[in-house]
Every structure is written in C-alpha cells, then in structure tokens.
Design a protein around this ligand. Structure first.
Ligand code: HEM
Length: 428
C-alpha cells in the first residue's frame, strides 16, 4: 500500500528495488499493465530502472500539471531505440531553440489554410477506403486498412510525395515502426537491427525525393530557416511516422469501441446521418462542431491514447506531487493511467462519450496530444482525418465484429487489437 504520510522536503519517490532493469524492460515490453501494477503498489509517482536507465513513472492530473508548470526545467528524451531510429537531426531529439525553430518549419504544414486545401484529397482517399472495404471478401482486417489510409493522407496530401515514392516507403516504414521501443541491442536479425537497416533505406529514398518536395522548402523559406538535406530528411521521417501510426490507432479503436457499444453507435449515427457529403467549406466547419462526433473522438483518445506516455528528463531538480526528482532523472508520465483515473472521471475505464458533453473533468487529466513545448504538431490534421473518415465510414457501411478473434490490445508502438480487428462489412 502507498504510504500516505507527507514526505520530507527533497525526498525521492518510492523505488521498486530494480537494479539492472533487465526484467523491468521485459515486463515493460510485454505487459500492458506494467505501469498500472506498480502505481497500485507504490502510488502516483515511483522510480524504477528499465534496461539500466533509472526512470520515474508518474500518473494523474497533478503530475501533468506539475510537468506543465516546470516545463523550463525539463527536456525531451526518448529511449535509445526510438532516439536512434528517429535520427540525430530529428526535432523529436532536439531541445531549446533548435527544437522550436524546426517546429516553426513543420508547423506551417498544419495551418488551417494548408489543411483546408488537403480536405478534398482526404475525402477522395476516404471514398477509396469505403469502396475497397465494401468489395473485400470477408472477414476484413480493419487495422491495416486504417494504417494504409493514414499513410496515404500524410504522404500524398500533406507531403505531396509521388505515388512511386509512397509505395517504396510504406513497407520499410512498417519494419522501422516495429523496431521502436524494442530491445535496445541491434543484434543481427533483431527488430532493432532490421529497423535500422530500414531507416538507412528510408533516408536514402527521402533524400532522393527532396528535390521534388517544394512543400518543405516553402515551409523553410516562410520560417526563414534553411535546413540541410539530412536535417530535412529526418523531419520528413518523423512526420511520416507520427502522421500515420497514431491516427490509424485512433481510427481502429474508434470503430472497435463503437461496435462494442451499439447504443453509442446508434446515438452517433442520428447525428452523422444529417451531415451532407462530400462536405464543402461550411460542411467542414460543421464537422468541427458536431457535438456527438467530437465527444466520441475525445473519448476514444482518452480511453486508449495512441501515445501512451510522455518522456522528459529533469535538467534540474523538479517536484512531482510531494516528491523531488533529482536532476538527470528520466520521467515518464503515463497518459493512459492519467486519462482513466477515477479521481478525475468517476468511471475512468468506461467508454462513455457523453461525459464530454457534461461536467468538465480537470483539463490536465485528459491531454492525449501532450503538452507545450512538445504538444502534437499534427493535432489539427489528426482531428480532420478522424472526423472525415469516421463520418463517411459510418454513414456508408454497416460493420459486424467477427466472433472468436483476439481483441486484446498490443500497445507498442501504438494500441491495436492483436487480431487486426476482423469485421464483416456491408453497405447501409
Ligand atoms: C490521434 C493522433 C495523434 C495523437 C494522439 C498524437 C499525440 C502526440 C503526442 C502525445 C505528442 C507529444 C510527445 C511528447 O511530448 O513527447 C506528439 C508529438 C508530435 N506529433 Fe502527434 N499525435 C497524433 C497525430 C499526429 C499527426 C497526424 C502528426 C503529423 C504528421 C503528428 C506529428 C507530431 C510531431 C511532429 C510531434 C513532435 C512534437 C515535438 O517533439 O515538438 N502527430 N503527438
């Protein structure tokens, strides 16, 4: 049981007793309840060692609020496997002014005007997904279709890669992704070694595509920041990855949760069936403000956040609740545990979109897109994709869950049902 008496000033949080962190790493990679079990035992903030790396785990709205308040004392940090695969120039591996400068470049791609220009393309790609699903022989695995959809959107509509460029990248991306958060030794044949080889091929191809990518060059010009080619290639790699993996997870989980909650699906359809398709400019404004659709999306991202945790490193001692975290310590704030916390939501494990139309929970308890200065750059794109594809998918098709499939979630790198989400599809 956690000890509730207040700790003395500068007291470190409770420790699991792990020394080398090898068993902790194996548990972290395999057990979706890794952090939860330790929170139950040690309280909202505890320290352990994962693969030789001392790490503080934290959960709850208070921890998020502490993180925001002390942002200047913290810097970004990623496990070695992620950091190596993202590359030395990636904005995700940078801090301070060089991080912010690259955010200014990349942020230009997600302005309201830029996204409005992408919307007709996303509508067209959505129609393609629906036609393919309606024609596919049953049962269909939905998760890979959602990955292909989200990859096509970021590669074709946002980054304007040619069809040949896209096709040659996707398979290597799937290999690269499977090495993220893997065992951090690149032994021959290991997921990390295969992912590193995929990274070398991806970077070579992205460098070859750069001359035709005016969209990034324009963004650099507008931000007044000329970037060298290897720098641009690493930002592209990050965008392609961040741009499909997370959104695909949210789309897959949205369909799964709605199929598991038919009353909620019927409630949502009452609203979606009134939405004209394809949406014109005012239709897009309407999609932004549909209360039920937006509540469903918020609830999916709350219950199963695509990014499970935020990593930071303390540059100087920081306070997390009653505890003092020493300079140099890595902190992981667990978004999943925070967003399911009964203290903020009453019934945190329940899928209940209506909650977002009722009394507000503390804002710091539900931040699936993270916090400044590293808050998600692609949030407006992700929301646009979710609104457009979910609207059209549910307006046009009826889904039935295939029985006897393994719907437990793989959580790394992003949550998805182990079965791939097998469904039978017919036109409505
Ligand atoms: C539902 C979909 C998405 C979710 C839940 C999500 C969530 C997040 C979160 C939590 C972070 C912060 C990570 C941290 O603090 O360490 C982040 C960062 C980021 N996201 Fe997203 N994301 C989504 C979609 C996208 C899309 C579509 C893009 C566009 C390509 C994107 C691009 C980025 C980038 C570039 C960063 C790095 C920001 C930085 O380090 O300054 N994300 N995202």
């Amino acid at each position: 049981m956690p000890d509730d008496s207040p700790p003395a000033p500068a007291t470190p949080p409770p420790h699991t007793g792990a020394v080398t962190g090898v068993l902790e790493l194996l548990a972290f990679l395999r057990d979706p309840d890794f952090a939860q079990k330790r929170f139950d035992r040690f309280g909202d903030v505890y320290e352990t060692v994962v693969a030789g790396q001392p790490q503080v785990f934290a959960r709850g709205a208070d921890a998020m609020a502490d993180l925001m308040r002390q942002a200047a004392a913290l810097e970004g940090w990623w496990p070695a496997s992620v950091s190596q695969l993202l590359g030395p120039f990636s904005l995700a591996n940078r801090n301070g002014e060089s991080h912010l400068a690259r955010r200014r470049v990349v942020g230009r791609l997600f302005s309201t005007a830029a996204l409005r220009a992408c919307a007709p393309g996303i509508v067209r790609i959505s129609e393609g997904v629906i036609d393919d699903l309606a024609a596919a022989s049953p049962p269909v695995a939905l998760a890979p279709r959602m990955r292909a959809f989200a990859f096509e959107v970021i590669a074709e509509e946002v980054l304007t890669l040619s069809p040949e460029g896209r096709a040659s990248l996707f398979d290597d991306f799937e290999l690269w992704t499977s090495g993220l958060f893997s065992f951090p030794l690149a032994l021959p044949g290991s997921p990390l070694a295969r992912a590193k080889a995929a990274r070398r091929r991806l970077i070579r191809r992205l460098l070859g595509l750069l001359p035709s990518l005016s969209v990034l060059a324009d963004a650099c010009d507008e931000a007044g920041l000329p970037l060298q080619d290897p720098d641009l290639a690493d930002q592209l790699l990050l965008l392609l990855f961040a741009g499909y993996e997370t959104t695909a997870s949210a789309l897959t989980l949205a369909v799964l949760l709605l199929l598991q909650h038919p009353d909620t699906l019927a409630w949502l359809l009452e609203e979606l069936d009134t939405v004209p398709w394809p949406p014109d400019a005012s239709g897009l404004d309407q999609l932004d403000t549909l209360p039920r659709l937006n509540a469903v999306i918020k609830e999916v991202l709350r219950l199963v956040p695509p990014v499970g945790g935020l990593f930071r490193r303390a540059k100087e001692p920081v306070r997390l609740g009653p505890w003092t975290i020493a300079a140099g310590r890595v902190i992981q704030v667990d978004l999943r545990a925070t967003q399911r916390d009964d203290r903020a939501f009453g019934d945190g494990d329940r899928f209940r979109p209506e909650r977002h139309l009722e009394a507000a929970a503390p804002a710091a308890a539900n931040l699936p897109f993270g916090v400044a200065p590293r808050v998600c750059l692609g949030k407006p794109l992700a929301e646009l994709e979710l609104r457009l594809l979910l609207t059209r998918l549910l307006q046009s098709l009826r889904f039935r869950l295939e029985p006897d499939q393994d719907l437990t979630l793989e959580v790394i790198p992003t949550p998805r049902p182990r079965s791939g989400l097998l469904v039978r599809v017919e036109r409505r």
